[in-house]
Design a protein around this ligand. Sequence first.
Ligand code: F0G
Length: 476
Amino acid sequence: MNDARTSSGSTILNTLSLRCVECFALYPSIEEGGKPRYRCDCGGVLDVEMQSLSAFPPVGASQEISTVLSNIESEGDLVPAAGSDLRQLFDGRATTPPIWSADADNLLLDYSGVWRYRELILPVPEQYIISRPEGNTSLYPVGMENCGPGRIGHRQIGLYAGLERLYLKHEGENPTGSFKDRGMTVGVTMANVLGAQAVACASTGNTSASLASYAAQAGMRGFVFLPAGNVASGKLAQSLAYGATTIQIDGDFDAAMHLVEQVCAELGIYLLNSLNPFRVEGQKAIGFELLQQLDWQAPDWLVLPAGNLGNTSAIGKAFRQAYQLSLISHLPRIASIQAAGANPFYRSFKQGFAQQEHVQAHTIATAIKIGNPVSYTRARRVIEETDGVVEEVTDEEILAAKTIIDRSGIGCEPASAATLAGMRKLVERGVIKRDDRVVGILTGTLLKDTQTGIPPSATSTAVAANIEAVRSILRQ
Ligand code: F0G
């Protein structure tokens, strides 16, 4: 891999460092000779630290989060005054119309739901950025109280969850159909800064689809490693169609993850799993965007499905930074939901995080069929900092919730439905209160997995093309 290609490229890298989440060792964002680093010498994963935000030390490095946060003036208002400059900057960009013109790239950058927040994501010169653009996903009001008459079908979701004020943020509305595009635009941009020719990942399907698309856009080779027989057909089709070298391995996601780390180290390919700390920085934008959509009035709870735990880590980090920068007045609590057959994080949580658990994963929600999550420590910290919880839901509960989301007209992929199944359980148990303001993340689109959770009764019937035949069907 080349050195960071120009002086401007290396200048940005000098303002960033990588901190081990286990032992807090600090590394430059790029090693001598331009070699990327994904792990600490102790084996721990790394977290990006930005000089501009380093007035706030990472939790555990030298201060507890409670100390850090109590040092920040909180006005007790819904939206703290201190963050108004940053809020104005982001709000101004959000109203920029996406029109192609002589300086179109600049406009599209502001329009991207990731690069709009670039000061908090990756301060990189524009010429390096590889963006579709992405983000700007809908935040649907679907609670019993906050769902208007034009959304009568959506209200079924609020009723099912038992929540008065519920929003669903549909990350399946990203360009390749999942939240992965937010991290991928940043990961591939970083690959571009480093002059990488090839990028790779292990995936349960969505990361690979996203990598394949962004690599094609950037003119890089893409290599993806998938667990054979455990990837939804639409996701596999995307990876093949976008032209990535698609390798299906005889093993599960955890084996594919182990393999891709070895392959990247040996062949000098840039690794784009969430082990790559810059991808996590991009995924923070889900958090920033939903806060902006709520006019910076933080919700009480954020609920999301959890597999490799990159997203839990990223959204938690976004909330922490938003709070530290006085963009919001309180930290939302985070609830990570796992499939009961792929629940290592839940098992650890139940023991007060005494130790990291591993399982042999089994679930119909193939996107989160992961037994040994890479971002365990990052995510544990998020749950601890936000006074969060981890819940598990059975495949039956996931399918029942998916039916509700699908029949409301919104639709999502199976793993995403864990969000609704989990919040229903947490409301029933009294952990989430009926009148709490709650945001749930739907992580992927309905369209990629056309097999799982589509009820047989919904199979359409072929009939003769005459009115008699149609009448006989409608009478049934
Ligand atoms: N939902 C969907 C639709 C996913 O594709 C994934 C992860 C998750 C939830 C869990 O997010 O791993 O950050 O905790 N998919 C990865 C992939 C593993 O390869 O596409 P996480």
